[in-house]
Design a protein around this ligand. Structure first.
Ligand SMILES: Cc1cc2nc3c(=O)[nH]c(=O)nc-3n(C[C@H](O)[C@H](O)[C@H](O)COP(=O)(O)OP(=O)(O)OC[C@H]3O[C@@H](n4cnc5c(N)ncnc54)[C@H](O)[C@@H]3O)c2cc1C
Length: 462
């Protein structure tokens, strides 16, 4: 009888975002078995979600199938499902797909489950002002944005038309800036001349934030530049304006002086604040004293592990490390560090011998419109066309897969040089699925219009 093969070191990775994919890829040549478990079957390039929402890119260009990305990595297995349990003592991860529960044992664990949109305790806002974290969010937003123009074409009164043609983006971080810029370009370039009863160029796009500046992390100079450029495009930037209520027909805003005002608007987008995956809290509670911060991020040890479990790494948007922003680079570098630590462990390195994780800041950037971006690399600041070229190069470099890159270049060529956009389809399901699901769950009584009112009767425009 031959002795059983010694078991290989088992690495489980939770998440197929930047942290998950880069963690898995860095273990390609390691003598380990990698199991990547994620609740989405794709790797999502979140920084370009806003272009899916505004019809520039298709879903496939920013969300390649994880299974195909890792097809040639023979030590990697991809499993689809929602992780519902992590048992640090018994070293298992439990995930669910429909009614099936699967328990996967691990020797090392990399947790990269990311973050969700945060409504700062007002989750009811989500029904009226969806965030932008997933493909579903982006497609729903596209349907809501285009749907607002369609409804405006049928509107009976000026008041209704104004409400339908007012778009509010809450949160003036990079996503808010990019989205506001793209909605404005959509209205002023792509849709210009395409309606008979409304002029889409009369659409009002409002970018609103409780903070006193646009793009606060990029400093006052770039923030002001981005604001000026947005304003030049017709975007109304409202700062020091805190949203206190969101409903079907508008939002309520509290000014710095305490006064309240209302904006009548059907289409609202939330891009303010994130909350880390609740898996972070689950892990922290089982550790020897690790805590989570206010955004639910795990306050990890210098080697990105949790106390008492040097084989459990938390990376990306789930980790709280001073000086590391919730950006793709944080996730990529954190996951790369974890993979290297696991490989070094196989060669005999003890956890005590690990050098602490250090973050290399490669800068940040945001596009304002076509050919126009702001970019910060260390102390260097760029804006305008040069910054936009840098944005283009960087995004092409980090898009996963040659096919995605080629397709994205073609789409950008069409959208930025011409007026058209290739992805202007939207469906009833994209617009109504969230409400239908909420109704199934008993959260809303009737299938309503996305903004709360009953779906209007179709009328002949006169
Ligand atoms: C709209 C938008 C724009 C952005 N723009 C930029 C930008 O311009 N530049 C930049 O650097 N960063 C940007 N970011 C931030 C960047 O995308 C994130 O920092 C990065 O994606 C974090 O990577 P991650 O691996 O930690 O999490 P994610 O990429 O969010 O991946 C999380 C993964 O975990 C999976 N998952 C979650 N919960 C579970 C569960 N319970 N079970 C199983 N799987 C689970 C998800 O399906 C997903 O695969 C942007 C983010 C958004 C939303």
């Amino acid at each position: 009888m031959t002795a059983p093969e010694p078991q290989r070191h088992r690495v489980v990775i939770i998440g197929s975002g930047f942290g998950g994919i880069y963690g898995a890829k860095h273990l390609k040549r390691a003598d380990v078995d990698v199991t990547l478990i994620a609740k989405t079957s794709h790797h999502l390039f979140q920084p370009l979600l806003y272009q899916v929402a505004t019809g520039v890119l298709s879903v496939g260009e920013i969300a390649p199938s994880t299974r195909l990305v890792l097809r040639k990595q023979h030590n990697a297995t991809v499993l689809l499902g929602d992780v519902v349990g992590i048992d640090l003592a018994n070293r298992t991860v439990t995930h669910e797909l429909l009614d099936r529960q699967t328990v996967t044992p691990f020797d090392s664990l990399i947790v990269a489950a990311g973050a969700q949109q945060s409504y700062f305790g007002n989750d009811q806002f989500a029904t009226f002002a969806p965030g932008m974290k997933t493909i579903d969010d982006a497609l729903e937003l596209r349907a809501r944005i285009l749907g607002a123009f369609e409804q405006a074409e049928l509107a009976a009164t000026d008041e209704e038309r104004r409400k339908l043609l007012t778009f509010v983006v809450v949160g003036a971080g990079p996503t808010g800036v990019e989205l506001a810029g793209q909605i404005s370009e959509l209205a002023n370039r792509t849709l210009r001349g395409a309606f008979r009863h409304i002029d889409p160029t009369h659409a009002k796009v409002i970018l609103l934030d409780a903070a006193p500046a646009v793009l606060p992390p990029m400093g006052p100079k770039l923030g002001k530049q981005a604001q000026r450029r947005l304003e030049k495009m017709g975007v109304e930037v409202q700062l020091d304006a805190m949203v206190t209520d969101v409903d079907a027909d508008g939002i309520t805003v509290k000014e710095k002086d305490g006064s309240q005002r209302r904006i009548e608007t059907q289409c609202k987008v939330w891009s303010a604040g994130v909350q880390a995956s609740s898996l972070g809290k689950m892990i922290a509670e089982q550790s020897g004293g690790t805590e989570v911060d206010r955004a639910g991020r795990v306050v990890v040890e210098p080697d990105l592990t949790v106390q008492g479990h040097p084989n459990v790494f938390v990376v990306g948007d789930m980790m709280s490390v001073p000086g590391v922003p919730g950006q793709a680079q944080g996730a990529i570098q954190g996951a790369t560090y974890a993979a290297r630590a696991i490989k070094a462990g196989l060669k005999g390195q003890t956890p005590e011998q690990r050098k602490p994780f250090t973050y290399f800041d490669k800068g940040s950037m945001a596009t304002v419109s076509r050919f126009d971006a702001v970019c910060q690399i260390g102390k260097l600041e760029f804006s305008g066309f040069i910054a936009w070229l840098m944005w283009l190069a960087l995004h092409l470099y980090y898009l996963v897969g040659y096919r995605s890159r080629i397709m994205a270049v073609i789409s950008w060529f069409v959208s930025f040089l011409g007026r058209g956009r290739g992805q202007m389809a939207s469906t009833q399901q994209w617009m109504f699925a969230r409400l239908a699901m909420e109704r199934l769950n008993g959260d809303v009584e009737e299938l309503e219009h996305p903004n709360g009112a009953q779906a209007p009767q179709r009328q002949q425009a006169g």
